[in-house]
Design a protein around this ligand. Sequence first.
Ligand code: PMP
Length: 284
Amino acid sequence: RTVYVNGEYLPETEAKVSIFDRGFLFADAVYEVTSVLDGKLIDFDGHAVRLQRSLDELEMASPCSKEDLLEVHRKLVELNGIDEGLIYLQVTRGSDGDRDFVFPSEDTPPSLVLFTQNKPGLADSPAAKKGAKVISIEDIRWGRRDIKTVQLLYPSMGKMMAKKAGCDDAWLVEDGYVTEGTSNNAYFVKNGTIVTRPLSNDILHGITRKAVLRMAQEAQMKIEERLFTIEEAQGADEAFTTSASAFVMPVIEIDGVQLGDGTPGPIARRLREIYLEESRNAAV
Ligand code: PMP
């Protein structure tokens, strides 16, 4: 694989970041994952805008312009021959060569790293045809989940808990209400109405969430943005999650309770189709 690190395209074995980098020592870093279909970027603009917001919220310097970022994404797709897959991007606050809780001086250059993940069959995924089984776990993450930081230890543990329980993923619950999935936004559908938690500091403002809700609205589907419990979702007709890496993923079981007939629901399937088609057409 050819990767990008601070202005250079290098074989992955030669790319280097300092051991003092604050991304490594303090998780002082933000990231984005953009999907690639037909060799093109899905919603690049949305990811670039959210990246800038994450950087602003943490008073972290921008590593380069949006135009330069697009150029790096495209170049990596080309150099690695990606038809379907993902591009991971991470910006860290860099380092002034020591470990200190206090941020380094403002002229310390941020680190910018990007790499590709080749995933043939990403769109035509067998997992999406089967649907996902989820468990619920307590949401003990920090209070600024709207900033896309690399503090992913708890979500990672959540996925492991799901795996140990024979499931695919975990939904996080705070004060009795579902916040989101470990790496996706969460929805259920009851009597044709799509329900999902409203945007706040409690959840990541998913790029796929925004697109899917717009498409659902355009398709005359009803949407309610409000808090909901696991029990309410268990009594739903169907459920699903959204993320840039899995698009619209049907959910067929929550904490051992099967939804509907235990197969992906019609609204989740339709939204996945619409999302994939419209996103392919708008890809850059
Ligand atoms: N919530 C969390 C916690 C996530 O990690 C992600 C994906 N990174 C999402 C939601 C979905 O966001 P997006 O649609 O932008 O991928």
